[in-house]
Design a protein around this ligand. Structure first.
Ligand SMILES: Cc1ncc(COP(=O)(O)O)c(C=O)c1O
Ligand SMILES: N[C@@H](CCCC[NH3+])C(=O)O
Length: 420
């Protein structure tokens, strides 16, 4: 792979320098279409909401809008980006486990489509501030206690999780009742998300069944037939060759079929189903292009390949010990017989991009492309050591377009105030 969308990595380097986040726009669009076309069922209505935390810029919000997905925002910043992009407000879902009253008011003022309430305290604030001028749709985030097989930092559904209210907690049902009874709220149902980068399809099915059983309890207790269910995201992607990609063509329709069958057998209404994928829309469409700066061998013969980026633009290895695949441009067909640890410029021993990867013999000025960096890379980037955050480009049909321009040192200083 020496080109991407018919453009060579060398040309991208000459035009934009490195490090550089590159998105294959066609690949993102293709993935959106997979979700839109496969998350369908003749008897179940459904929508796909893109979880913007994975990667959001104005251009990305516009892409998502043009593909017809809804948008999940978890902060005022994400919400503001979406609104600036012209995203239809009724298709925006506001999340967050720790929303301030200001955030809730902002959501109400802008008439955001749906607010997902995290807990009973937040529900009490919302119950107070809604009014009869605008009947907002609301869901409650619940925690079904599904132990998904993924890194502990990206599990979200254990009983002591900071997100949502446990379905085993009696206060959860009371909160649902209070929201449902509020005449200024259109209470839709529950939201739950079992974690991220889940590669076992059964976790998704068990999740749906558990939630629908909870819906049955709500119906029996309060005679409330909940209208909708949001089953979150978490669809795993392929980072390295040994990962088996989740088969979305199978999982997405199957999930709706399971909702349909389970609702019927429990004798509850079949709810409208939302899902909220983030990573699976963008991860594999993204690449980070670096230039090899130095190669260093330790006394123990460990070989470091120092690139011109850092953990700042690639946080997931330091944070989750995530594994990545990479290649050296123009050397893809050479023998891969040297083990390198790819590391960056940050002043941290944990500043590792890839630990132990087999590559061909590398030289300074080689271009290194790290694959599958489209999700939670740009969005988690930092300015540690006052490094600038790389620009972001979209490529498609031989054309490249800057969607986030290169930061300058002046940008870095733009919020500083001098002492004297
Ligand atoms: C509430 C919620 N929805 C959606 C997502 C998106 O998850 P993913 O990027 O794994 O699809 C997350 C992140 O884990 C989340 O916390
Ligand atoms: N940031 C995480 C996933 C986000 C989880 C959101 N609840 C990652 O990079 O894998």
């Amino acid at each position: 792979m020496t080109t991407i969308q018919h453009i060579s990595f060398e040309d991208l380097k000459s035009k934009y320098q490195t490090p550089l986040y590159i998105y294959d726009e066609a690949a993102i669009r293709k993935q959106c279409k997979v979700f839109i076309n496969k998350f369908r069922h003749p008897k179940v209505s459904s929508n796909v909401i893109y979880a913007s935390k994975a990667f959001l810029t104005i251009a990305m919000a516009q892409l998502i809008m043009s593909e017809g997905l809804h948008l999940d925002c978890v902060s005022q910043g994400e919400l503001y980006t979406a609104l600036k992009a012209g995203f239809p407000v009724e298709k925006i879902v506001l999340h967050g486990n720790n929303k301030t009253k200001d955030e809730l008011l902002m959501a109400l003022n802008f008439r955001v489509g749906t607010i997902i309430v995290d807990n009973d305290y937040e529900a009490s604030i919302l119950n107070e501030i809604v009014n009869d001028k605008y009947k907002v749709s609301v869901m409650l985030r619940v925690n079904p206690g599904i132990d998904a097989h993924t890194h502990k930092y990206i599990k979200t559904s254990t009983l002591d999780s900071k997100f949502g209210m446990s379905i085993l907690d009696p206060r959860t049902k009371e909160t649902i009742k209070s929201l449902n009874d509020n005449p200024n709220i259109n209470f839709l149902g529950t939201h739950s998300h079992i974690g991220s980068q889940i590669l076992e399809e059964h976790s998704f099915y068990d999740h749906a069944i558990t939630i629908l059983k909870f819906y049955k309890e709500i119906k029996e207790l309060y005679q409330i037939d909940l209208k909708a269910v949001n089953l979150g995201g978490g669809f795993g992607v392929k980072y390295i060759k040994s990962d088996t990609r989740l088969d979305l063509n199978k999982v997405l329709p199957e999930l709706l079929e399971i909702v349909y069958q389970t609702a019927n057998s429990l004798e509850i209404s079949v709810p409208h189903v939302y899902i909220e994928p983030g990573r699976s829309i963008v991860a594999e469409a993204g690449y980070t292009l670096y230039t090899v700066n130095q190669i260093k061998e330790t006394i123990n013969k460990k070989k470091y390949l120092f690139i011109d980026g850092a953990m700042n633009d690639h946080m997931r290895t330091a944070l989750y010990q995530a594994k990545y695949d990479a290649f050296i441009v123009g050397k893809e067909d050479m023998v891969h017989d040297t083990t390198y640890t790819v590391a960056g410029k940050a002043c941290e021993s944990g500043d590792i991009i890839i630990e132990d990867i087999l590559l061909p013999d590398a030289k300074p000025d080689d271009l290194l492309v790290v694959r599958t960096t489209g999700a939670y890379h740009y969005s988690m980037a930092s300015h540690y050591n006052r490094l600038t955050i790389p620009p972001v480009i979209f490529v498609k049909d031989g054309q490249s377009k800057v969607v986030v321009r290169k930061e300058s040192f002046m940008d870095l200083l733009s919020h500083d105030e001098a002492l004297v």
